[in-house]
Design a binder for this molecule. Structure first.
Ligand SMILES: Cc1cc2nc3c(=O)[nH]c(=O)nc-3n(C[C@H](O)[C@H](O)[C@H](O)COP(=O)(O)O)c2cc1C
Length: 184
């Protein structure tokens, strides 16, 4: 059976946004979700900014048939998140994420770092997808060796500050219980 993921602009990483380059067309999760639920007759999975008990209950109340959670798992011990990425997520920098094309050539949301600040997150200086990552690789590797994420993609959504180093199994069980508690 087909399902559709309603990914709001809060979401970390690359976006499900292919028909236009106009990023102003993106909606927040809780604006997009009920409109998609109304527009289609297949189950809709909510994504973007979710990861707390209250948020999955709210997504369910708005008609979601499930949730897709990314950022909330990034600090789990089971995640393969790099050391510089974990450090950024655990720091005050996690409060500021932005959509950038600098790291891959396609828009994706991550913690704002030096490269994004100095070039501008949507700078056209970066080559088109998928060529942007290669020229950046030596600089990124050198910085990471020195413990710096200044030139690394630090993918994360707008709820990055809610992300903790909790165990992935515990987090999944907790979110599933919260989802069930919203069963009306
Ligand atoms: C580190 C990271 C990598 C991701 N990579 C992809 C990807 O390769 N393709 C994709 O469609 N979405 C990707 N996403 C988006 C997720 O599939 C999901 O929509 C998103 O994480 C949900 O929002 P949240 O991060 O606020 O939980 C990624 C998200 C993160 C955080």
């Amino acid at each position: 059976m087909a399902v559709i993921v309603a990914q709001g602009l809060e979401a970390g990483g690359h976006r499900g946004h292919f028909l236009s380059d106009d990023l102003s067309l993106q909606m927040g999760t809780f604006a997009l979700l009920p409109q998609m639920v109304r527009a289609v007759d297949v189950p809709v999975v909510a994504a973007g900014g979710l990861g707390t008990d209250e948020s999955v209950v709210a997504a369910r109340a708005l008609g979601a048939s499930g949730v897709q959670v990314g950022t909330a798992y990034l600090r789990c011990p089971q995640a393969t998140t790099s050391a510089v990425h974990r450090a950024a997520l655990a720091s005050p920098a996690a409060a500021h994420t932005a959509v950038t094309r600098l790291f891959s050539g396609r828009p994706a949301r991550g913690v704002v770092n030096r490269l994004m600040r100095e070039l501008g997150p949507m700078s056209t200086l970066a080559p088109a997808f998928p060529l942007a990552a290669t020229p950046l690789a030596p600089l990124r590797a050198s910085a990471e060796r020195q413990g710096s994420g200044d030139f690394s993609p630090l993918w994360a959504g707008q709820a990055a500050q809610l992300c903790t180093d909790t165990d992935a199994t515990d987090l999944t069980r907790r979110l599933a219980q919260a989802w069930q508690s919203g069963n009306t």
